[in-house]
Structure formats: structure tokens, C-alpha cells
Design a protein around this ligand. Structure first.
Ligand code: NDP
Length: 484
């Protein structure tokens, strides 16, 4: 093992950190430097079997606890995670290449908040009843059983905690499979869970890649539900594997989201908001607004101000508090992003800024791409309709509200969008005409954890968030009591 490999991760099964059954390992690299700093087990079917068995054994006992008791456990996890706040932010920044300020404000903050929020929501749950003339119906929300929770690399602990908290809160036990690229904070969560003494087997974790660990986990007959967040192509495989066994399925998939800028917007705030929406986390957020549609009469003004603001972003050391943009997740992903920029040129686009890898001094081994703005592409071109998932934004102009909506809806995706206007009537009208799961007006990624989250078309199936998560992670059973 290289000197720089400081940590060897283990699976967490049945309340213990355990060796995997095989002999293969995978290196974990720092995206900013390319240095490998940890290794994880490449688990296989036997490891998945052991984790599912542990989860199945723990489920009856855990599922029979009261909601209040389970909410208490979520609070304990939240408290312990909060005491590791700085460690979460540092690990997430190092593992993903994102700026430390973002890892603190978004990743660490939300991971703690997810556990605390679902603890509160579960406590507040009231039993639904439906009275008839001669009978009373009441609804019991029972656990589904054992859940497979599969998460991507862009918001590792944020998304894992978003699934684990409501899943175990509703009485399920789980097996987690984090992205092989970003396993560090999933390991931290297991240490936290171990430290608070959560009953063994309630939360289990298997490290590894999609084919070796993710695929057998989804297909496992002992899995009753699958909550998957990741790319649309992987989502198709997950759906095909889960559907024949009628497993409960939630798919949060890719997006290609439009930001629609009207001439009557507050230009200064809009430029700042659209830059944030295009480039947060180097554009590696499923909700990022990577296609910006601007009303023709203000197009030139917007383009100038937008490019200027993009060029002012500070790209560099993720550990530096003043950094706005960090590195991309991997060399392969950098190549994918670069190939889309090359394609944009072939498709007739003009690079207004960026377009090439940039290597901040001292970080020459990392995966760096300058924030890139492209104009002149047809709205139906591949670059402006396919998910690039990097710091690349395309600009387009439109003449009418109808045309803006038509362009916005002209992709296979339907995850999110934003509308920028001072006319709230127009903001609502345009939002409601967009084929997406969520739209923000004059803001972006302004999250209330109670609201439904999810996409339409190829962006997914089902909703999570607030009571939608509690509904997904439980089975509603009706009991009808006939009156005498
Ligand atoms: P992937 O689809 O490549 O991977 C997601 C997870 O699935 C990883 O843990 C991966 O493991 C695992 N996996 C891969 N193949 C299989 C399989 N056959 N069966 C089961 N699991 C498998 O996505 P990325 O990690 O590249 O994440 C980026 C994508 O996630 C983007 O498309 C983005 O839009 C989407 N996303 C969607 C969100 C939403 O809420 N809609 C939020 C965040 C991201 P491994 O990586 O180890 O191979």
C-alpha cells in the first residue's frame, strides 16, 4: 500500500465493522490532487447476503418499537453527527473535491438536519381515521421490511442521511451502498451509529462498486424496497431488477434543468442566482440549471453580466474558505465533461468562457475544469439536452413565454427548473406549465424538508421528502371497525 493511504474501510454488518469475503480492494482518490488516501473493500454477493441477513434478523425487534422510541434514536444520531460537524465537512470536501464552505453549509448541515427533521416529523405523525355511518377506518403505517439504500457521489452523506433517517424511523432496517468514489462519510455515519449503540443490524453498509455490490443488493430476495439516487441509465437497470419481485421502488435520477430569465427580472439578483444554480458543486448537483433560457430583449445584457460573474468565481484549493469552485469527482468524469465541450463546438456552439481544464498551482494531479459558458447552440442540440453534470452552462434566447416553456420541456428529463421574473402571475403560470417535479421562482435550491422531492419523465419515479418519505418507507394498512 502507498504511504499516503491512511485509512482502510470495512463493511458494517450486524453492529460490527467486518472484513469483506473477497480479496479485492479499491483505491479512494482526492479529486483535487489525484492522491490516493484510502481504500475500500470491493464487496461481492456473499457480503451482501450477510448484510441482508443481519438486517432481516433485526427488523422484527426494531419494527416493534414505538415511533417515539425510534425518533429518540434519530435524535441521538443527529446529536452525535453534529459533534462531528467539522469532520464531516473536511472528509466530504477531501473525498468529493468540493469547497469546504459548501461542505459545511450544505453537506454537514443537512446531514444533521435530516435526522433531526425526520425525528420531529415521526413524532408529530397522527393516525388517520375515516368515519362512516356504521364504521370507523384507521390507517396503520407499518414498516415495509428491509430497504436497499443506494446513493451517488455528489452529495454523499446528505443523500444517505436523507434515506436512512426516514427508512429506520418508520421501522425498516437497511443495507446501504454508497458510491465507491466517495465512501468516507458513509463510514463516518457507521461509526456514529456504532457509537450511539443503535441496535445491531438496523443499519448495515456494504462498500463496493455497482456491479459487484449494488446489483446483487437490489436483486436480493431479502430486500423489500429500493431507494436509489443516481444516473438515469443505472436507474433503468435498478428498475428492471426490482420490478419482477414487486419491490417498493423510488428512483431519483438525472436532470437537465432550465433557468428561464424574463426581461422583467431583477437583473442583478437573477445573474447571481443563475450563476449559483449553474455552478454550485462544480455543476454536479442533479438540480443544477445547466441550460439558461433568456428573453431575447435582454439576452445581450444578461450574457455579458453572466460571463463576467462566472469569470469572477475563485477556483482552487477546496480546503480554502474563499474557494467557490473545486475539482470534478474523477478523471473519467472530467473526460466526459470535456467531451461534451468538444461536442458543443462540433454542434456549432461558441465558448464564451472556460472550455478547457485548468490546473490551479499545486493541484496539477487533480481533475479541474474551468467554468464554461456556451452560446449559439440549438436548444435541441445534444449539449443542451443531455445531462453533462459538470461546470458547463448553455445559453439560449426565446421570444415568448410559450417558446420558453417549449424549450424547457424539450428534454427527456423533468427534475427541476427556475423562473426569474418580477411578475408573480407569470412566474406561477410558467412554473405550472413546466414538466418537472419542482420549480423555484426567483430563487434556486431553497429547500424546505417538508415538500415533495422527485422528478417526472426520465428523472425518476416517486417522491421523497417530508411525509412523502414516510409514505414511501411504510405500508399503509387500513383497519375497518364495524360499529355495533
Ligand atoms: P450512478 O448511477 O453511476 O451511481 C449511483 C449509485 O448506484 C452508486 O452507488 C453506484 O455504485 C450504484 N450502482 C451502479 N450500478 C449499479 C447497479 N447496476 N445496481 C445497483 N447500483 C448500482 O450515478 P453517479 O454516482 O454517477 O451520480 C450522478 C448521477 O446521480 C447524476 O445523473 C445525477 O443527476 C444523479 N443524481 C440525482 C439526484 C436526484 O435527487 N434526482 C441527486 C443527486 C444525483 P458505484 O458508483 O460504486 O459504481
Amino acid at each position: 500500500m502507498d504511504e499516503e493511504v491512511t485509512q482502510t474501510l470495512r463493511n458494517y454488518v450486524g453492529g460490527s465493522f467486518v472484513e469483506h469475503g473477497g480479496t479485492e480492494w479499491m483505491d479512494v482518490f482526492e479529486p483535487a490532487t489525484g492522491v490516493r488516501f484510502a481504500r475500500l473493500p470491493l464487496s461481492g454477493s456473499h457480503d451482501v447476503d450477510a448484510a441482508v441477513e443481519a438486517a432481516r434478523a433485526a427488523q422484527p425487534g426494531w419494527g416493534s418499537l414505538s415511533m417515539g422510541d425510534r425518533a429518540g434514536w434519530l435524535d441521538k444520531i443527529a446529536d452525535s453527527l453534529e459533534s462531528s460537524f467539522d469532520e464531516i465537512a473536511e472528509l466530504e470536501s477531501r473525498d468529493t473535491g468540493k469547497p469546504i464552505s459548501l461542505a459545511r453549509a450544505v453537506d454537514a448541515n443537512r446531514s444533521v438536519a435530516n435526522f433531526r427533521f425526520f425525528a420531529g416529523l415521526i413524532r408529530e405523525q397522527e393516525q388517520e381515521t375515516f368515519e362512516m355511518d356504521d364504521a370507523t377506518n384507521y390507517v396503520v403505517n407499518r414498516p415495509v421490511g428491509v430497504g436497499a439504500l443506494i446513493t451517488p457521489w455528489n452529495l454523499p452523506l446528505y443523500l444517505l442521511s436523507w434515506k436512512v433517517a426516514p427508512a429506520i424511523g418508520m421501522g425498516n432496517t437497511v443495507v446501504c451502498k454508497p458510491s465507491e468514489l466517495t465512501p468516507m462519510t458513509a463510514d463516518l455515519l457507521m461509526r456514529v451509529i456504532d457509537g450511539v449503540g443503535l441496535p445491531a443490524g438496523v443499519v448495515n453498509l456494504v462498500h463496493g462498486d455497482g456491479s459487484g455490490a449494488g446489483s446483487p443488493l437490489v436483486a436480493h430476495p431479502g430486500i423489500d424496497l429500493v431507494s436509489f439516487t443516481g444516473g438515469t441509465a443505472t436507474g433503468e437497470k435498478v428498475a428492471a431488477s426490482a420490478a419482477p419481485a414487486f419491490k417498493k421502488l423510488s428512483l431519483e435520477l438525472g436532470g437537465k434543468n432550465s433557468s428561464i430569465v424574463f426581461a422583467d427580472c431583477d437583473m442583478e439578483k437573477t445573474v447571481a442566482g443563475v450563476v449559483r444554480s449553474g455552478f454550485l458543486n462544480q455543476g454536479q448537483v442533479c438540480l443544477c440549471g445547466s441550460r439558461v433560457l433568456v428573453e431575447e430583449s435582454v439576452y445581450s445584457e444578461f450574457e455579458g453580466a453572466f460571463v463576467e460573474a462566472v469569470e469572477q468565481m475563485r477556483i482552487g484549493d477546496p480546503a480554502d474558505d474563499s474557494t467557490d469552485l473545486g475539482a470534478l469527482i474523477s478523471k473519467e468524469h472530467l473526460q466526459k465533461v470535456q467531451s461534451y465541450i468538444d461536442l458543443a463546438i462540433e454542434e456549432g456552439g461558441t465558448i464564451l468562457t472556460g472550455g478547457t481544464p485548468c490546473l490551479p498551482s499545486g493541484f496539477e494531479g487533480g481533475n479541474w475544469m474551468a467554468p464554461t459558458v456556451i452560446a449559439g447552440l440549438a436548444p435541441e442540440s445534444r449539449c443542451s439536452t443531455e445531462e453533462i453534470f459538470g461546470p458547463v452552462v448553455t445559453l439560449h434566447s426565446f421570444k415568448s413565454e410559450e417558446e420558453a416553456v417549449e424549450i424547457a420541456n424539450g428534454t427527456r428529463y423533468g427534475l427541476a427548473g427556475s423562473v426569474w421574473t418580477t411578475d408573480m402571475g407569470k412566474g406561477k403560470r410558467v412554473s405550472e406549465a413546466m414538466e418537472t417535479g419542482m420549480v423555484w421562482v426567483n430563487t434556486w435550491l431553497h429547500r424546505d424538508l417538508r415538500v415533495p422531492f422527485g422528478g417526472v419523465k426520465d428523472s425518476g419515479v416517486g417522491r421523497e421528502g417530508g411525509r412523502w418519505s414516510l409514505g414511501f418507507f411504510s405500508e399503509a394498512m387500513n383497519v375497518c371497525l364495524k360499529h355495533d
